[in-house]
Ligand binder design. Structure first.
Ligand code: GLN
Length: 547
């Protein structure tokens, strides 16, 4: 029998429900339980694929080609479990299937309503996930904050859930903020009390509270929260801000959150093994050498726009025992500033995916700088296309080369719309999405990194490298290092006369894990480390020569 954990949040948004849910999943996984997670998003978009990073942050792509919430990235990184379309449900997708059913006549004779039709559809999404595999636990996280109009149908569905499967099989975990008020010199529990009150008005009594707090508080506060919120004192946990999100499973473990969950859900006790996670944290803490990576994009001011990229870079750092300092560089600044000054001290340049023309020329300057100065370069999706445009213009002499995404009348469309995209008119879920297999040249940095000549990676794009330019690229020193199995689409390019200059049309960042960095990120950071050591050695030589 699958057990269900429902995670809700109150007081404010951005409490880290996704990370808390992932950390819990990580602990239960270490106890040997088969866990998966599901995210419910209360917006009307069918998926986040059409939303701007200003609205939503990164769009995370699964193997089966779903465009999903970035929390699914945390779920995969903390558990290693593969997510799919079924793991992300939005209000838009729920309403759209209910309305389709109504049009088909499935409810003939009935008035279709939020209760029971929408709530039944929500519950059926949870049951459908449970039917896919014999999970011991499903953790469902409800986006938004208790009290929002949007999330009411989800909370109502959860209120009904215990009546369908038994209260003993459900656990409600509520995250709240316990703020520290400087002027009073103390933490305050009232917002948490009000949030739990709002949840109870809907009919949900939380079993466990996770209190997000900047400053640790003492036991008297815990007892107070427990009493006012009607929760056992042993079930009130502190979610203190941590310097590193990967420490959160161990923070919860120290407080025995896993044991309380197992007891409350009457799950069997089995031997647990946290050693892989403990080793990870030890390794992170032991690193002393620094490496500086420039991430050049147009959404660098947003916390979440390149989430998986930043995480994957860190994973590469962990596996190379270095601390990575990520320098976020606004590509538009490169267009007006001094590229040499801005990128001068970096050990590697990464250009992530992106859409639209803004900031493109700055990215091209960054790619040129990395190529000419022999600084390790990693171009992902748009970053690969940028590398190709730069090479076409500055090495192949193809003046005005561009992608037709940015210049429809370019004389040299190095990057052009995929043939399969030409007839497509709708925007939602219509890109080339999800896992496709790539075959690599045996003598390529990519194949060496993977230790294999074939790999399946996740995609999200409409444009591709124009095959007409393959020959000139090969002749001038940009190798077509990877293609689709039918050799029709270019998947990887590599500059030959360079230690490590690689662009890939896919998104390796989605498959990187803290306990196992993605091979391309591992190699990119290894090269950056080499670059840093080389630079240091050169400076020493210069100093000795002067001395
Ligand atoms: N805009 C480019 C395309 O659609 C790149 C997409 C991306 O970087 N994800 O092909």
């Amino acid at each position: 029998m699958t057990k269900f954990i429902f995670a809700t949040g109150g007081v404010v948004s951005s409490l880290g429900k996704g990370i808390a849910s992932s950390a819990i999943a990580c602990l239960l996984d270490a106890h040997g339980f088969k866990v998966t997670l599901q995210k419910f998003d209360p917006y009307l978009n069918v998926d986040p694929g059409t939303m701007s990073p200003f609205q939503h942050g990164e769009v995370y792509v699964t193997d089966d080609g779903a465009e999903t919430d970035l929390d699914l990235g945390h779920y995969e990184r903390f558990t290693g479990v593969s997510m799919s379309q079924a793991n992300n449900v939005t209000t838009g997708s729920v309403y759209s299937s209910v309305i389709n059913k109504e049009r088909r006549g499935d409810y003939l004779g009935a008035t279709v309503q939020i209760i029971p039709h929408i709530t039944d559809e929500i519950k059926s999404r949870i049951f459908r996930l449970a039917d896919r595999s014999p999970y011991d636990v499903i953790i469902a996280e409800i986006g938004g904050t208790v009290g929002d109009i949007e999330s009411l149908p989800f909370l109502e569905a959860l209120r009904q859930f215990p009546y369908d499967i038994g209260r003993e099989n459900c656990l409600f975990i509520h995250l709240v903020l316990v703020p520290y008020i400087k002027a009073a010199g103390e933490v305050k529990t009232k917002p948490a009390q009000h949030s739990v009150k709002a949840l109870r008005e809907i009919g949900i009594q939380p079993d466990i509270l996770i209190c997000r707090t900047e400053k640790p508080y003492d036991d008297s506060i815990r007892s107070k929260i427990a009493m006012f919120c009607n929760v056992e004192p042993e079930a009130v946990f502190q979610g203190v801000d941590m310097p590193d999100i990967y420490e959160i499973p161990l923070l919860f473990r120290e407080q025995r959150l896993d044991e309380v969950i197992i007891r409350k859900l009457k799950m069997p006790r089995q031997p647990a093994n946290f050693s892989h996670w403990e080793k990870l944290i030890q390794r992170i803490k032991a690193a002393t050498q620094d490496v500086k990576i420039a991430v050049v994009g147009k959404y660098i001011h947003l916390q979440d726009a390149y989430k998986s990229i930043y995480e994957a870079i860190r994973h590469g750092g962990i596996e190379n025992d270095v601390r990575v300092e990520i320098e976020r560089i606004d590509s538009e600044h490169l267009e007006t500033g001094n590229v040499g000054e801005i990128l001068g001290g970096v050990d590697g340049v990464l250009i992530p995916g992106g859409f639209g023309q803004r900031g493109i020329e700055g990215k091209i300057l960054a790619a040129q700088f990395a190529r000419e100065r022999k600084i390790p370069y990693f171009g992902i999706c748009l970053g690969m296309q940028i590398a190709a445009i730069e090479f076409a213009r500055n090495v192949c002499g193809l003046e005005g080369a561009n992608s037709t995404e940015f210049d429809e009348t370019t004389p040299h469309p190095i990057i052009d719309l995929l043939a399969t995209q030409k007839m497509i008119t709708g925007m939602g879920g219509t890109m080339r999405l999800g896992g496709y297999t790539c075959r690599m040249h045996p003598d390529s940095n990519a194949a060496r990194a993977y230790g294999s000549e074939q790999v399946t990676e996740r995609h999200r794009h409409r444009y591709e490298f124009n095959n007409k330019y393959r020959n000139i690229f090969e002749e001038r020193g940009m190798r077509i290092a990877g293609t689709t199995l039918d050799n029709k689409l270019v998947e990887i390019v590599e500059a030959v006369d360079h230690p490590w200059y690689l662009g890939c049309q896919f998104h390796p960042e989605f498959r990187s894990r803290p306990v196992k960095a993605h091979p391309l990120f591992r190699e990119f950071i290894a090269q950056a480390k080499r670059q840093r050591l080389g630079e240091a050695a050169a400076t020493r030589r210069e100093q000795q020569a002067v001395g």
